[in-house]
Design a protein around this ligand. Structure first.
Ligand code: SPV
Ligand code: MG
Length: 288
């Protein structure tokens, strides 16, 4: 499941997902900018660090093109590994990247350039547990199935741990065709955003190993925020929002307020006086 900040990561963990996708699109959108490398890679790292700290889930980071050439990519990747991310996904487009759903026939990077970039990341990782996913944009860019397979083979030969094959068709037909032609013992990852009627079970039975729901929490939050902002603005009241907004108590729950209260009892000097400081704040804010 996609995460664009720590809270969305916590939501995904509570829903039972076992891994997170730190999405370039949704991290950018959450920061009010386009998915066009408008955020620097260190800004992406900062968000990833807060996501990693917030949950116990493995985090696969959308590394885009690596934010430059092989050298930028390996420095970015090293920092992500140090931050506790589980892996990075590198796509075969040009820096600055363009989101796959913007326009048609995007230019792809030359295969040997991508291969060098993948190798540099593999050579600089500290642990082979840090996963490198190579993303093939050939189908998204209107190239042939044969080219998509050739690219995937080259990235597999370079040492990638998995291949992300992306598609922006309305049905999963081209993904199914790719899977049928895939003979390698290398996991396939897919992102069913436009071909949204397919289920994870359907994809598994085609041979897909991992499914990324790449943007759905951000889109859910955006829809809810739009609705609530308009409702409050037009009614000049917050009286009719039941069911549209989470209770304040859920914020405390998801951010483990109780844990801090019990830690305060453990670590702060205890007195008979009225609760002060943080505890008083929480108790008072419950009554607001
Ligand atoms: C992302 O979530 O940023 C992705 C998936 O890369 S897509 O938006 O489909 O390119
Ligand atoms: Mg992306």
């Amino acid at each position: 499941m996609e995460a664009h900040n720590a809270l969305s990561a916590i939501v995904a963990q509570r829903a039972g997902f076992d891994a997170l996708w730190a999405s370039g699109l949704t991290i950018s959108a959450a920061n009010g900018v386009r998915d066009a490398n408008e955020l620097s890679w260190t800004q992406v790292c900062d968000v990833v660090e807060s996501i990693v700290a917030a949950t116990q889930l493995r985090v696969l980071v959308d590394g885009d093109t690596g934010h430059g050439n092989f050298n930028n990519a390996r420095r970015f990747s090293r920092r992500l590994e140090q931050s506790g991310a589980a892996g990075i996904c590198i796509e075969d487009k040009l820096f600055p990247k363009t989101n796959s759903f913007v326009g048609e026939a995007q230019e792809l990077a030359a295969v040997d350039e991508v291969v060098g970039k993948l190798k540099s990341i593999l050579d600089s990782r500290r642990s082979s547990e840090f996963t490198l996913v190579a993303r093939v944009e050939a189908l998204v860019s209107g190239r042939s199935l044969a080219e998509a397979l050739d690219r995937a083979h080259a990235y597999g030969d370079a040492g990638a741990d998995a291949i992300l094959i992306h598609s922006k068709q309305k049905t999963h037909a081209e993904i199914e065709a790719f899977c049928r032609s895939w003979r390698r013992n290398l996991p396939l990852v897919v992102v069913p955003t436009t071909y949204n009627s397919v289920t994870q079970n359907d994809l598994s039975s085609m041979g897909v190993s991992a499914v990324i729901w790449a943007n759905h929490l951000l889109r859910a939050a955006l829809e809810a925020m739009d609705r609530v902002a308009r409702e409050i603005r037009s009614s000049r009241s917050v009286a009719h929002l039941d069911g549209l907004i989470a209770p304040i108590g859920r914020i405390f729950d998801y951010t483990k307020q109780e844990e801090l209260l019990s830690d305060e009892r453990r670590y702060l000097p205890q007195t008979d006086r009225e609760p002060s400081g943080h505890r008083a704040y929480v108790e008072k804010s419950h009554t607001r």
